[in-house]
Design a protein around this ligand. Structure first.
Ligand code: GDP
Ligand code: IMO
Ligand code: MG
Length: 432
């Protein structure tokens, strides 16, 4: 068996959570491969909204095994909050969730450092979610991090204190004392207390060597779905660096984040919105800083699932989409939130970038260009409501034209069209 993958093709928040939840019943195991509590994956079931940060989006299906992979970084406090929230809705994650014994831990002082580094960047801030992502992945690659498997070691507390001391020295060197910054409204000491108390909850979960577990499961014919967080344009290598997150959000991250070899990756489902959003700073060629941008934000409820920040909104960016499809080897495309565009008379689409006096089909280095613009065209809106219960052929003509225009531009079929946040607001073209 091969493992399939679902990942984001833009700047995150494409709607990955909805799609993982929807496709989960066809799989035995859902495994998150990277990122941490910077993610916010929303699943709406029967009018009730659930937001997951660390726990895979298969958790609402009884009988499906969920796994947090070695590529994920875990803040025990947020993990505890999430498991408690799920219990209130009748879901008991301990029954179906496994955790890698190699996932790195986000320490309270990683969060302190995150805030510290952002402060020192002045107008060049990344717009981090301040969940400690950058500093925790830094320690992972610097080979000084602490992992879930270390929690039961006798010298864990000593190693924790050493790392904390190192972090406080770094903060002090940046001119910041631990008293200057609150973590989710708490002092460092209070957050640390909650952190240690939360370890008990984390330790109640079964820890596994996920590479062994997943490869054996695949050999036994079990179906695995890898769930990505963030999006391709936030990838630490292939995103709009330095305005990126600190993990590999692309298909390569599945191998390093779960221990599944590239030869064992099957379908790669690429999820994108029918327009673009970005939360945080960094380049966004099709951004609309006008009333149309505000309209997209209002109609699409474009406010961050993790931080509540308003998301920047703009038209669909085809050069960036082409690039994301290439980097990930996307085999199937999933277009989300087309319903947000239902009543617009015209819809803009960026077909190329204008770089000085030439046009380009792909993103490329732009630092030296004096002109860098998104070259957009306007397509007619469908000004009606496509019905997900009907086959694609019966949908409004302008809607079908919008879909085929994108398919032609990126040379891939769009297999799934999402027309609302609920499970049943989805048109599965493969099942027609
Ligand atoms: P993720 O991080 O990729 O899982 O996406 P988020 O959950 O951060 O953001 C997607 C938002 O859009 C959530 O509020 C979803 O409930 C919502 N959503 C998902 N699919 C659709 C859709 O097709 N139409 C509309 N209107 N909302 C959707
Ligand atoms: P999901 O999985 C959207 C953005 C932040 C910031 C940058 C770096 O819900 O799609 P970090 O906290 O990682 O240091 O932030 O990345 N970012 C996201 N944007 N969706 C996400 O996750 C994101 N996770 C991080 O806003 O610009
Ligand atoms: Mg999100």
């Amino acid at each position: 068996m091969k493992a399939d993958v679902i990942l984001g093709l833009q700047w995150g928040d494409e709607g990955k959570g909805k799609i993982v939840d929807l496709l989960a019943p066809s799989y035995d195991i859902i495994a998150r491969f990277q990122g941490g509590p910077n993610a916010g994956h929303t699943i709406e079931i029967g009018g009730r909204k659930h937001i997951l940060h660390l726990i895979p989006s298969g958790i609402f299906h009884p009988g499906i095994q969920n796994l947090i992979g070695n590529g994920v970084i875990i803040d025990p406090v947020i993990f505890r909050q999430e498991t408690e929230g799920l219990k209130e809705t009748g879901i008991h994650p301990a029954e179906t969730l496994l955790i890698s014994d190699r996932a790195h831990l986000i320490l309270p002082t990683h969060r302190l450092l995150d805030a510290c580094y952002e402060q020192s960047k002045a107008e060049k801030k990344i717009g981090s979610t301040l969940k400690g992502i950058g500093p925790a992945y830094t320690d992972k690659t610097a080979r000084i991090g602490l992992r879930t498997g270390d929690l039961t070691d006798r010298d864990f507390r000593t190693r924790y204190e050493l790392l904390k001391k190192h972090h406080l020295q770094l903060a002090a060197a940046a001119g910041i004392s631990s008293n200057d910054i609150l973590i989710d409204g708490l002092s460092l000491d209070a957050y640390e207390k909650a952190w240690f108390e939360s370890l008990e909850v984390l330790l109640a979960f079964k820890m596994v060597d996920n590479a062994l577990f997943l490869n054996r499961s695949l050999e036994r014919g079990m179906k695995v779905l890898a769930e990505g967080a963030q999006g391709t344009l936030l990838d630490v290598d292939f995103g709009s660096y330095p305005y990126v997150t600190s993990s590999s959000t692309t298909a390569g991250g599945v191998s390093t984040g779960l221990g599944i070899p590239p030869s064992r990756i099957g379908e790669v489902y690429g999820v994108f919105k029918a327009y673009c959003t970005r939360v945080g700073n960094g380049p966004f060629p099709t951004e609309l800083n006008d009333e149309t941008g505000q309209l997209l934000r209002d109609l699409g409820h474009e406010y961050g699932s993790t931080t509540g920040r308003p998301r920047r909104c703009g038209w669909l960016d085809l050069p960036a989409l082409r690039y994301a499809i290439m980097i990930n080897g996307v085999s199937r495309l999933i277009m989300m939130k087309a319903d947000v565009l239902n009543h617009l008379p015209e819809i803009g689409v960026c077909t190329q970038y204008r770089i000085d006096d030439r046009l380009s089909d792909f993103p490329e280095a732009r630092e030296s260009a004096s002109v860098f613009e998104a070259a957009c065209i306007a397509l007619p809106g469908w000004q009606s409501e496509p019905d997900p219960a009907l086959p694609f052929d019966s949908q409004p003509d302008a809607f079908k034209s919008y879909v085929s225009f994108i398919e032609k531009a990126v040379d891939r079929k769009i297999s799934v069209l999402s027309l609302g946040a609920e499970r049943n607001q989805t048109l599965m073209r493969d099942r027609e």
